[in-house]
Structures are given as C-alpha cells and as structure tokens.
Design a protein around this ligand. Structure first.
Ligand code: SF4
Length: 479
C-alpha cells in the first residue's frame, strides 16, 4: 500500500513436447503474475511456426475472454506478459509480447526491466534508418536482437550478441518459430526461474508462483547473465555472460513486489518479510498492545514484528478485493474516500489500543497519512508506524516506477518530521544495513538497493523519464 509506486512486469514462456493448449497455461500463469503489472497483458502462441497473438490494455481476466483465448489455438510454444510500463505510455502498441517479422523469420518477445542505454541505442538505430512503432524500450531490444540476427548463426547467438550491447535490467522470454529462449541480464536485477510440468513441458516465469499455477515443479533460478535455449532436442545453457558483472538482484522484490509464496534466487519472499519485521522489532521497538499490517505486503513483516516482539498480531484492516485499476471515483473529495473504500480498519481490533502499524514503504507519505488517520478515527490510542524498507531517496532505473525525488517525502524531511506529517506517535524505518539480513548475504553483497542508498550498479541513464520516447508534435523536427 505504497501509494505512488508501481509494479513492473511479469514474463512467462512455455515449451511443450507436443502441441497442446499452451494459451490456457499462459493465461493461468499470467493470472499468477497479475500483481507485477495491471496496465496490459498479452499472449503469443506458436503452432508449428505460425504465430497467433493477442494483447491489450487491461487485466488478464478482462483482456482474455474464452473466445479470445480459443482464437489463439493450440501450439507447442507460447510467451506471455503482464505489463506496468516503466518506459512508454500504456497504449496497446506498448503491450507485449512484441511480435516482429525479420529477415530470418519471426520473433515474439516479453521483457521485464529497463534498459539504461535505450536512448543511445534507439538514436543509433534511428540514424541507420530504423523506424520505431512504439515508445517502449522493449522494441529497442527487439531491434538490437534482429539486427544481430542478420549475421549471427542462430537466434540464441543473436540474443547473446545483443546482451553485449544492452545495459541495465532485463529478464526476457523470446519465442522463435522453433525455440523458446529465456535470458537474464548479467546483474540479475529482475527475477526469472524455470520449472517443468509432469507432461515434460518446460516453463519459465518471473516468479515461482506462476510455475505452481501451471503445475510445474520448480527446477531452478536462471543465473544472472544466463541464456537458456529450449528446443525439441532439449535444453541448452549459454553462460558466456555469467559472472561478467556482480550480482545485483532487486532487494525491493523481496520487500514489496513479489508474491510472498514465491521463491526468488533461493530466498522465500514470505520468510524475507518475516525477517524484515523481526529486524524492525529489534531496531525500533514499541510499547504497544497489537501489531497490524497494511495489506498486502505489510502483513508478513507485521507477523515477523509480532513474533520477535511478543506483541500479539491481529488482522487490522479489511482490503476490498473487488476494486480493479479501472475504478473511477464518481464524485468530489474522492481521494480521501478512496483509501477508505480500498481499506477499512477493524475498529474492534484497534479501539483504545496502542497499535504498531507495519507498511512496506512510504513514497509521498499521503497514503500512509490517510491510513494513520483511519486508525485514529477507528479509536486507536497510539499509532506507531514501522516501515519494512529504508527511506526512498532515489529513482530506480531498472524497471520500477518510483516517484521523482521532489515528491519523495524522505528527500524533504527527517524521520521525526515525517512522523508528524503522518500523524503517527513514532516512526521507524528498516535500517539500510539490515537489508542483507532479508536475503542472508553480507552488507551490499548480491543485491541492488540504489533507491535507498544511491549506490547504482550501472551508469545511470541521461534520460530516465518513463515517457522519454513520447514526442509532442510541436517538439518534433519538421519532416
Ligand atoms: Fe530494486 Fe531499488 Fe534497485 Fe530499483 S533501485 S532495482 S527498486 S533496489
């Protein structure tokens, strides 16, 4: 419940030994990855080299009616995508998978992450005559791969050569007429894992919860820098990019993005959040009667705080499950009401009590202030806010849409001032030095925490805005 912070994207791929209803399996997997992006989604199916695809803005359940799924037909390979656009607007063209025809065949591409040198690559390609149809950096990736394919002996060799040129974050699921190829950038910013179904089909997904949704047993995480090629002859790993850069998986996946039932790089997300809560109890104890969590990603950390502190955990909020992203407020003064419609405190739990409220992060502070206000209205005697992440102070260039610095409350105020703004009796953040305890490494080892500490693992892009490839006509040069 972070307010101005958005999920990124989810990717999925399947390679089945026989033709079957791979579209339906992709649909189930995308459902499990819906939390990673609600702006749009798509599926591309490969039936013996013929591609059928559909994509649109909206939730998986809205975009894929039974008729649309059936129209995709059976196949042996499929890729899918759920989107929250971190580069490009949310128009249908920017939805994925991106299906392209090139001189050596066809390709469908799904991407999670953000390419930090996309502007430079795009400019160079445009100067060579390339014409872009979308404003997303995924099209830049597809151009780089198809261009390399002109001289590369295979599509996987083209992907490998493209990886020499791409900087930043990318977990890819790519389908050619006869292969499924998945790849993870050498830093491993975004998660990617593989599994296998009882019928022998291989599946790959951003999170292990999507493997379970299609009855696939988890095999392993894709190594940072690794390319896996699935063909009728089996699976092949290309590892020339492995170990070329330090591992920097996004720590915020464990705090907020990922589903708690997922395992990322060997760490169970639920357990990581329990540890975050325990760290908070140790670093910022509170004299209180009850611990509650803000749904959804504050709940596990609240349980961890409770276990470590001995203060009882209770369900403090009811979240309305039926509000989709298309919810439109029909009247005035709606922002106040909106939080209450989405989230309502259980007054019997908080009335007259000293409450510890755990949330996953604070962006602008406005949403958190409203939630604290709701607890006061419900009769809470004291509200002690604990945040299972350090303060946000920097933008993310790797696929997460964090607000600009001027809007980040931690860039403008100290902890005590923020507590006052929230209307809280006290406020405590997870210390940055404790992030390593979430995933069991040493400080600064194996994870990215740049949005908290500014320690960026790559050069940062000169143009980082989400809509940097969108032009107003008045800004465009005359043709
Ligand atoms: Fe994750 Fe923050 Fe790094 Fe972005 S900057 S990859 S959100 S830890």
């Amino acid at each position: 419940m972070t307010g101005n912070l958005h999920e990124e994207c989810g990717v999925f791929g399947i390679f089945a030994p026989e033709t079957q209803d791979v579209a339906a399996l992709a649909y189930y997997a995308l459902y499990a990855l819906q939390h990673r992006g609600q702006e749009g989604c798509g599926i591309a199916v490969n039936d013996d080299g013929l591609f059928h695809s559909y994509k649109d803005v909206g939730l998986v359940s809205d975009v894929f009616t039974p008729e649309r799924l059936a129209a995709l037909g059976p196949g042996s390979i499929a890729v899918g995508h759920t989107r929250y656009g971190t580069t490009g607007s949310s128009a249908r063209d920017n939805c994925q998978p991106m299906v392209v025809n090139h001189v050596k065949g066809r390709m469908a591409l799904s991407h999670n992450g953000n390419i930090t040198n996309a502007s430079e690559l795009r400019r160079a390609l445009e100067l060579e005559g390339s014409i872009f149809h979308t404003t997303s950096d995924t099209e830049v990736i597809s151009y780089v791969i198809t261009k390399e394919r002109l001289t590369a002996p295979s599509i996987e060799a083209a992907v490998s050569r493209a990886m020499d040129r791409l900087d930043g974050a990318y977990s890819l699921a790519l389908m050619s007429p006869s292969k499924l190829i998945i790849a993870r950038d050498p830093h491993g910013f975004r998660p990617l894992c593989v599994g296998r179904r009882p019928d022998g089909a291989y599946v790959a997904a951003s999170e292990s919860c999507a493997l379970e949704a299609v009855q696939a047993a988890f095999l392993r995480d894709v190594e940072p820098g690794e390319i896996l090629v699935f063909t009728r002859d089996g699976v092949r790993a290309l590892r020339e990019h492995c170990g070329t850069a330090p591992r920097r998986s996004c720590i915020f996946e464990h705090i907020y993005f990922a589903r708690p039932d997922s395992v990322i790089d060997g760490v169970n997300v639920h357990e990581a959040r329990l540890r975050a809560g325990a760290c908070l109890a140790e670093r910022h104890p509170a004299d209180a009667d009850v611990v509650i969590g803000v749904p959804d990603s504050g709940l596990d950390a609240a349980l961890g705080f409770s276990k470590a502190s001995g203060i009882p955990y209770e369900v403090g909020f009811i979240k309305n499950k039926y509000i989709g992203r298309t919810f439109i407020s029909p009247g005035q003064s709606t922002r106040e009401n909106l939080v209450k419609i989405k989230l309502n405190p259980i007054s019997a739990v908080v009335r007259g009590r000293r409450v510890v409220m755990i949330d996953d992060s604070i962006v602008r502070g406005t949403t958190c202030a409203r939630i604290v206000g709701l607890l006061r209205e419900a009769g809470a005697r004291e509200v002690h806010v604990r945040i299972s992440a350090p303060p946000f102070r920097n933008p993310c260039y790797y696929g997460v849409d964090i607000d600009s610095r001027e809007n980040l409350v931690a860039c403008r105020y100290g902890v005590e001032e923020i507590a006052r703004l929230l209307g809280a009796d006290s406020l405590g953040y997870l210390p940055a030095e404790d992030l390593c305890r979430l995933i069991g490494t040493r400080r600064g080892e194996g994870y990215c925490s740049a949005c908290f500490d500014g320690d960026y693992p790559t050069a940062v892009p000169r143009e980082g805005e989400k809509n940097r490839f969108e032009y107003k006509i008045s800004e465009a040069k005359k043709a």
